[in-house]
Design a protein around this ligand. Sequence first.
Ligand SMILES: *Cc1c(COP(=O)(O)O)cnc(C)c1O
Length: 368
Amino acid sequence: MIPFFNYQALFRDNEEKYIEIIKDVCSRGAFILQEDLENFEKNAAKFINVKHLIGVANGTDAIWLGLKAAGIKKDDEIILPSHTYIASAAAIHFVGAKPVLAECGYDNMLDVNDIEKRITKNTKAIMAVQVNGRCCDMDKIKELADKYNLLLLEDAAQAFGAKYKNSYAGTFGIFGTFSFYPAKLLGCFGDGGALVTNDDEIASKVKLLRDHGRDINGEVIEWGFNSRLDNLQAAILNEKLKTYSNDIKRRREIASRYHAGLKDLAELNLPQAPTTKSDNFDVFQNYELRAKNRDRLKKYLDEAGIKTIIQWAGSPVHSFKNLGFSENILPKTDKFFDECLMLPLNVTLSDSDLDFIIKEINNFYKNK
Ligand SMILES: *Cc1c(COP(=O)(O)O)cnc(C)c1O
């Protein structure tokens, strides 16, 4: 049996070290806004070459705190792909702004050819979502943002360490955000997130917003919230960051192995294989392919003990009828969601697990 994700292994594989960290942090009583958080913020910022990284409670908070800090307000419109998690749109909703949903492009990312026609006089920003550990076509998106004088934001929850032309995901626009949810590339033992920015003003605003509007002297400067990254989680993340480059390397190896074993199947449309020649350096949060007879393939693999997932329960954001989106038909996105399937991809998988998965997928299409 190959589970889609192995939560227990996250702890077990380095158990002694984590127990030591928990003991150390707790015996110091260092729970909220302590040096472990500062260290993590410094190290993680350095890892992706950004001036500020601010730990917050989760990836969703990171987006809406960023939107607040950037001055997004009621009736502003923000364009984002419908191929994303509901959290991206919810963060926009909760600052009173309107999420405007765009299509899924040839690369399964935000369709750069579907942005321009959705721009109105109320449009304030484009939010690129770096799905599956890959960056969108950031040159083109930046060009559009510049042309129409819009802010560029990134929901990079799934892409810590991904690059596009040597710049890291999260660092292209006014701010970018990450999630440290356990199943994310860099996952902690609970909820966690961060906002990154090269803008000093955004950074200091988010620092106030995450801690009741208080400055370092405890003086309340403006209305704020409580959205702090736990110091204990930060200490765990700091430890995980030490070996994170190896995790990325292994994820890319797994993607290459899938690619080599599946590339001859005409029924599949695979994500781009990792290569040094590409503009994209993908970190493969997920290995999401498009498959003919997707539902039958999923069932066949399930019976063989291989657990796959259809991302976001097979529902693009525009399909949630109760949320009042005006974009109710996005044909390219709907087609994507009819075909998409995520194979297991995490650092606990062995090569023989991968070979078994590859063999079973080949068997399915041969015997169909
Ligand atoms: C995980 C995720 C989020 C939300 O992160 P949380 O930490 O769960 O709040 C936002 N956007 C995308 C694309 C995600 O995958």
